[in-house]
Write a protein that binds this ligand. Structure first.
Ligand code: CP3
Length: 349
């Protein structure tokens, strides 16, 4: 198996820098669109054969060094009892918005093998199909990023309702966050038990906070999840599964993020990777950090940026190449294929 990705997560020596791409399965690929034409997004997420098929597409097409489970961070919100819809023009809609005590009290902490069995079934299929190929990454949203969708009822611009709840009714916010934290902890344990070989926690909206608020209202819950997972892996005698923590708009929060207990730190493009490594304390494995929109540059210019990221990453004990956020639907697939080839060629030791 190509285990370069797992070795890099552990800070071990690797023959080349491994690469995977956030949102590597998705609308920029014709092959994904073809599957999506047949079913709506949520049905796709709940049909393990199809989910497994689109998970593997980028492995075949791009030659990336890891697969990421195809799903969505909002799946657990439905399992907790909310209505979830993905509307073509609006993105996700969660109802009724979790803004008052009543709607939060009604939410449950689901048994993942019951309410989200299709995810674990997908993982079990994928581990068979990926045998001898690449490792499989599982994932979940971080409690705060998940909570923003539940409180706002969908995507938001300024997170007004979320911040109002935090500042006006911190106890209510805590009761929601405690439920989400318990749900995500059990969900990630179930993914690992089913065969996920690494997990990434997405805290896409963490960057909306001051460092102090980030620590109190987002990071503290992630720390709880990571501590619980590490303890559980030990007592289960499960091999340590690397935990990647990705925060959007990381730059101002690196001093805080370093205390998360994660094995790998996702970094976005708003900071140079060597500066990020320094602020994370030096002795850390990093993942990132090309601007996703730089994939619209001509390939010779992309190559210059790849060289720059690789050389800045050399100060870290481990580096996994990635974009600083998800690849966007308009991206030319040929440039993504070229990116993977460049990273492999330019980093070969
Ligand atoms: O990375 C992968 O290839 C795995 C699949 C994956 C999806 N969503 C598929 C998806 C992952 C890891 C996610 C995570 C996710 N989902 C995040 C965190 C990462 C990030 O990008 O910030 C967030 C915030 C969401 C919530 C979400 N899901 C939104 C806001 C939307 C609508 C906007 C959009 O991009 O369409 C989705 C839908 C979604 N999730 C799609 C895909 C492929 C598009 C659905 C379609 O096919 O129409």
């Amino acid at each position: 198996m190509n285990d370069t990705f797992l070795k890099a997560c552990r800070g071990e020596e690797v023959p080349f820098t491994p690469i995977w791409i956030m949102r590597q399965a998705g609308r920029y690929l014709d092959q994904y669109q073809k599957v999506r034409k047949k079913v709506d997004f949520l049905t796709l997420c709940k049909t393990p054969d199809l989910t497994a098929e689109v998970t593997i597409q980028p492995i075949d097409i791009l030659n990336v060094d890891a697969a990421i489970l195809f799903s969505d961070i909002l799946i657990p919100c439905e399992a907790m009892g909310m209505n979830l819809e993905f509307r073509e023009s609006m993105g996700p809609v969660l109802s009724p918005a979790a803004r008052d005590k009543n709607s939060i009290d009604r939410l449950s902490i689901p048994d993942p093998e019951d309410k989200m069995k299709f995810v674990m079934d997908t993982i079990r299929i994928l581990r068979k199909e990926l045998t001898g190929r690449v490792p499989l990454i599982g994932f979940a949203g971080a409690p705060f990023t998940t909570a923003t969708y539940m409180i706002e009822g969908g995507t938001s611009r300024n997170f007004l309702n979320t911040k109002r709840m935090i500042y006006e009714n911190p106890d209510l916010y805590k009761s929601l966050m405690d439920k989400i934290t318990a749900t995500i902890t059990e969900y990630l344990k179930a993914q690992i038990s089913a065969g996920a070989q690494a997990v990434q926690i997405f805290d896409t909206w963490g960057g909306i906070f001051s460092p102090g608020d980030f620590t109190e209202y987002a990071l503290s819950y992630v720390i709880k999840i990571i501590e619980a997972l590490k303890k559980w892996m030990k007592t289960e005698n499960h091999e340590h599964v690397p935990i990647i923590y990705f925060v959007g708009e990381t730059a101002g929060l690196l001093n805080e993020i370093r205390t998360s207990g994660a094995d790998v730190f996702g970094v976005d493009w708003r900071i140079n990777l060597d500066d990020a490594v320094k602020r994370l304390g030096g002795d850390v494995v990093v993942q990132g950090n090309l601007d996703p929109l730089s994939l619209f540059l001509p390939q010779d210019k992309i190559e210059e940026r790849v060289k720059d990221v690789l050389s800045r990453a050399s100060s870290a004990p481990g580096h996994i190449f990635n974009l600083g956020h998800g690849v966007v639907p308009q991206t030319p697939p040929d440039n993504v294929i070229a990116l993977v080839e460049m990273v492999h060629r330019l980093s070969r030791r």
